[in-house]
Design a protein around this ligand. Sequence first.
Ligand SMILES: [Zn+2]
Length: 455
Amino acid sequence: MVRRCIYCGTETDLSKSDIIPDALTNGKIINPNVCRVAHNNKFSDMFEDEVISKLAFITNELDIKSSKGNQYARYAANVIVDGTEYTTKMNADTDLFNKKIMRSVDGKSLIGPMDKIKKMKGIDYGKVTETDINQIEIEKKVSIDMGVFFGQKIHRLAAKIAFEWYCLNNNVTSKLSAFESVIEFIITGEGTDPVQIIGKEDIYGLINQMSDLGNHSLFSYVAGDGSVNVLVSLFGIVIYNVRICDSIIPECPYNAMFLTINLDAKKTGFKSVSKKALEQELQKGFQQVGMFNGFQVMCPCNINDNSMTCKMLYFLSSVYDANLPFNDESAEELIVVIKKHLNKVLNISALTIRGLKRFVNEHKGNIEKGIVFNPYGTNMKAIFTFYLIFATGIAENQIHSFEDLSEFVRTKFAGKEIAISEELCNILQKEMMESEHYSDIIKEGAKSIEEMRFD
Ligand SMILES: [Zn+2]
């Protein structure tokens, strides 16, 4: 059978489209039925690049690297050193001061490596002072343009992701007329906008139960009015509902599907024809292993099937098929919802193996010299991450793998979600500083983390 572009129907020059742009995820999913120029490359300029650059701080914090440049995204930030505020575009906290010269917001001061400052013309050496830069003391202010979550461009991106994923799973290999409306919106930005931002907390609750914070998730369902929809959750921060078409079409039998991609690129999901079919799969997936006080005891047949929980949650919930996608929250209320998830996601990001390895790598020089903490440190995430390295370095803790470390964190902080607060960081920093050889312990911990492997 001839394969054609799902947007325009051409047979020529098909290419592999990254369903979720490469710069937004560590784990690829690909739709091979998209023509190269008009409906793959051009989308970058039309809407993808702008969204990607506005989300740069989030992808950077979550340790997502674009495979093209093989580097973390740069983002705009203000940093405060000794009471003076400087504006910069940055990549990593540690390369702030050793690469370039920054100008202060008031225009009166410059800061940078001494050798570079000395090479500048017209410098009055009497006014140059040396500052000891301790990463942990630097206060960093990043403002995220919340408008990015509401713009037409992110709607087009969400619609593109939903549409290409839905087509991939239903083996769509040509342009179908039922999708005309969603296609028009993706490729021109005109026509009826099929995308709505979700404000309902129970939908976020459901997706967050089926995935981890920081994941991208896709969730297809048939709504109460018979329409086919896909929920697109970006990082667990914001969820969009995309209406794919008005009713189920014969070419697309699969309508109860789920996929989640975590920050270490692992994927979990399932694909089922309908909620009813999923129910039958669930029944087959369990076997009776005995009776207990008159109750049947059921066990999953395949304990390695980690999609089982997702299937159960999908089946048991009905929040999505009743009155979605309509919501009555105002833009202000939606911003509150998104900000709340954003803060949670940025807090957990230290807890991926990718994040830890990157941190160790970026702070390698200081760790080898011997970390000296400033008791008035303000960079909470850095303190928390140093604490994880410190804990790994203590031999009695027996932390040899990322699983060991996760287990330690679960026990120590009692729970999956950790609020990195100033209070907590003060306690952790004190605990480290009370230990006599803490810089050696951190050195040991860093060595172990460098040796840990992704599974
Ligand atoms: Zn095309």
